[in-house]
Design a protein. Sequence first.
Length: 71
Amino acid sequence: MLEQTTFLTIVYQPDFLRRIFSVNLLVTGLSAAYACLLSKITISAFTGNYIFQSAFHLTSYRLLAPFGLVP
């Protein structure tokens, strides 16, 4: 019985460890991809907002500058 248990431990443990490692790697990869996607969305939203704000300021400056009402 002891030999059989040792055999099972030797045979099945690397597979178990490999499975844990691959699942861990998959979760890490997915979380990294999600974080990258989230940061890209945040950066693009921030950049878009910044471009929109600067365009709005430029337009309002052009509209209000002749009247002396520069923001």
